[in-house]
Design a protein around this ligand. Sequence first.
Ligand code: SAH
Ligand code: SF4
Ligand code: F3S
Length: 496
Amino acid sequence: MYNSIDLRDVSVEEVRGIDLDLVDLAVPAPEYEPQRQFYFMAKCRRYVKTMSEKAGRPMTFFTQTFGCQMNARDSEKLTGILEQAGYVMEEDENKADFVIYNTCTVRENANLRVYGRLGQLKRRKKENPHMMIGLCGCMMQEPEVVEKIKTSYRHVDLIFGTHNIYRFAELLCERMESDRMIIDIWKDTDKIVENLPAERKYSFKSGVNIMFGCNNFCSYCIVPYVRGRERSRNPKDIIEEIKRLADDGVVEIMLLGQNVNSYGKTLDNPVTFAQLLQEVEKIDGIERIRFMTSHPKDLSDELIQVMAKSKKICRHLHLPVQSGSTRILKEMNRRYTKEQYMSLVERIRAAIPDISLTTDIIVGFPGETEEDFLETLDVVRKVRYDSAFTFQYSRRTGTPAAVKENQVPADVVQDRFDRLLAEVQKISAETCSVYTDTTQTVLVESMNDHDPELVTGRMGNNILVHFPGDASMIGTLKEVYLRECRGFYYLGELRE
Ligand code: SAH
Ligand code: SF4
Ligand code: F3S
């Protein structure tokens, strides 16, 4: 084969479509992105080919994602790069030649799971000479974690962080060319690299990053330290990506950011999140628009108006309250009071009566008293969330709340957590059932896990619906009559 393409001569628009087997690797790698990474994908591809020939079978990979939607989207990028590098996806971790964990560190238990799994991988590595282990994501941005891996988990091959994930191909190549553990962690970056490959988990829906990082520094939260400063993507890049997704059959998109309501503020030509949404709405083929997460302090009336008028934006807002106590909210540095939050909810409900509201709540923040906790229960009872994610406060090293002296004893936290969960579940069962005997639009997502006669889909407000159907319906929107509510999901039937 004649390897004729010099990637230094290839434009950004062309590079995505190039046959990597034809890339000339005798010339130096391009200095600029994303072309540089395509060069290293081509290089890895040749190494992977040699390994496959030696093993007499394709080389396979397995990715495990911990944490939020943003990590899930990052994992699709890792998958895209690994496939370009010649690896084939393997569903069974125990069979894969390359295993990569995209980690989360928002709460302690996320970290513990990673260490547990890493221990198990050690034995497997002894059995498979081709095996490599990669670690990336938020946990790797913590220096103590990297130290611990360096000393106690020597069998790891490659470690990188959240800021340089776009260099995955280059780092993988570096590992293939040496037998050292490769570690590359950056403290921060203002760089956003566009146009890298991504392999979507679902054909019909996709996450789309609109911003990276977070500037809010809620006092309990580690995200600003591990994801760096807030940076918004250019609206043009976002719109182009969504148009490409729509051309590729995607009907639902989820715009992703830690605080989407502050999107665009730092761009050279500032744009509001509501303006961005209006542009996204115009894209043909996109039927449903979701977004996550909204910080209550930045949710504008402009956004409420745009949502109220929209035909495509789902009638759903995830609006984390964290606590119902104004005193605790201040300690958390959330920058709203209980009253401001409640009045925001009222304004939203007045403009969009059928809105579904969901939330995140932390119990046991340092210094939280029984009265504070009762304020949280009060908000839960008044707002009547469709669902709520409840978390026990987890002490994260480096955050201001971690050094507070008045940490709440574990048994008190557990007791409040149990009471909160019971309340939240009671209310969601009640709010969920209000759609019984109505017809709703459902995006069919998969065959039902338990019954081959049924398909499973989601309503605009995210509630699951199971109804008789077949695989040809996956990825399409259907009108479904909701016959019976079973707590948190519905059984329905297709409306012709
Ligand atoms: N950017 C989003 C949240 C990202 S983290 C927002 O501002 O709402 C997701 C959720 O994890 C948070 O909403 C919070 O409820 C929870 N969380 C974050 N740090 C935590 C900690 N130290 N302990 C317990 N829960 C935490
Ligand atoms: Fe964490 Fe607060 Fe930023 Fe959300 S807004 S990621 S809770 S610091
Ligand atoms: Fe976890 Fe990082 Fe998301 S810490 S919640 S994966 S931003």
